[in-house]
Design a protein around this ligand. Sequence first.
Ligand SMILES: [Zn+2]
Length: 397
Amino acid sequence: MPETKRLYYDDAYLTEFDADVVEAREHEGRPAVVLDRTAFYPESGGQPWDTGTLGGAAVVAVLDLEDGAILHILDRAIAGGRVRGLVDRPARFDHMQQHTGQHVLSQAFWEVLKGETRSFHLGPEVSTLEIGLAAAADPDLDRVEDRANAVVWEDRVVKTYYVPEERIGEVPLRRPPKKQGLLRVVEVDGFDYSACGGTHVRRTGEIGLVRLGPAEKIRGNLRFDFLCGGRALRDYRQKDRSARKLAGTFSCAAAGVAAQVEKLGAEHKALKKRARKLEERLAAFEAGEVIRSAPGRVISAVLEDRTPDEARFLALNVIKGGEFAVAYGAPGEGQGHLIAARSDTFKADLRGLVPVVAAVVPVKGGGGPSLIELVFPDKQRLREAVDAAAAWLRENT
Ligand SMILES: [Zn+2]
C-alpha cells in the first residue's frame, strides 16, 4: 500500500484538506479508507487520533498501519475518488497544547530534578507523565512547574526539522530516538529537543499554562497528572467556583476552607460520640419507665420513631433491669427490623422463634439463644411480626 502523505507534519494548524481515496476496506466491521494524503493524526506516541469528517462521514478512529499508510475508520461508507476532510479543530488544538506542554514539562523535570520521562499519555480529560523519580517534595515540584511556565511565557519558537539517523548525535535529544532513517526533530527553541511525530503549537505562548497535578507511585516511578492551556483554565474555573461557594458557606477566605472543613470534621466526630453517650443514658432511663408499666413478663411494641440500633439498645436495657422477654419492631432504612431478647433467667432458645415469624412474613437474619434480630422487606408488616414473636415468647418463657 502506498505511504500516506502526512499533512500535519508540515502544518499542524491545517484542518481542511482534499485527498484521493486510494483504498477502501473494512476494519472490524466498519468501513475504512486510505487516502493519498491526510491531515488526520493517527493514534501514536501517547497522542490520540483526531476526529472529524471525511466525505461527510464521521471519522471514528485513525490508525497508523505498519507500511506507513494511515487508515481512517468511518461510521458509514463513502464514495471513492476525491474527498474533503475536516478535522475537529478545537480538539486538535487541545492536543497540540497538551502535547507541546508535555515536551516543555519533560525537559523542566530533567533540568530541575534530573527526572527522566518514561512515558506520556494524552487522555480525554487529563494527561499523564511518568517520571523516573522515586519521590519528589512539593517545593521541588513547584520549581519544575515554575520553570515550565517560564518557558511558556518566554514564547519560544517551536521548530520542526529533519535529521538523518547518522547525524542525530549532533542534536542534544532528551531521549534516544525510537525510529530509524530520517528523524523528525521538534525543538522548543534552545530548550528541548525531541524526536517526535506529533502535532505541536508554533510558539510556546500558545500552551498558555502548564499545571502539574497529583502524582501516584507506579513501577518505582512517579506518574503525574498534568493540564495545559484550555484544560488548565477550565480546571481552575471549576475549582475556583467550588472554593468560592465553600468560602461563602463558611464565611471565610477561599484559602481558609480546608482548615474550616477539618475543624467541622473534628466537631462532627465529637458530637457523634456525645450523642452516643446520651442515647445510652436515655435508654437506661427509658428502660426503667418500660419496666414500671410492663403488663407482664413479655413486653412488645412497634417503635415507629426509633432506629433499629435504638430499639436493640432499649431491649437490652429492659432485660438487664428485670426478668423480661422483649419483642420490638423498628423501621430501618426501607426495611423492617424485629428485635427479640430475653433475660438470662429464661432458658428458651430464641432461635426457635425465627421459623414462627418467618411463617407470617419472609425474614432474613438470626442471632443467639438470648438475642435475635430479623430483617424483612415490608415495613408495613412490623405489627404482624411483633405480634407473632410476642405470642411465641408468652408460650415459651
Ligand atoms: Zn511531540
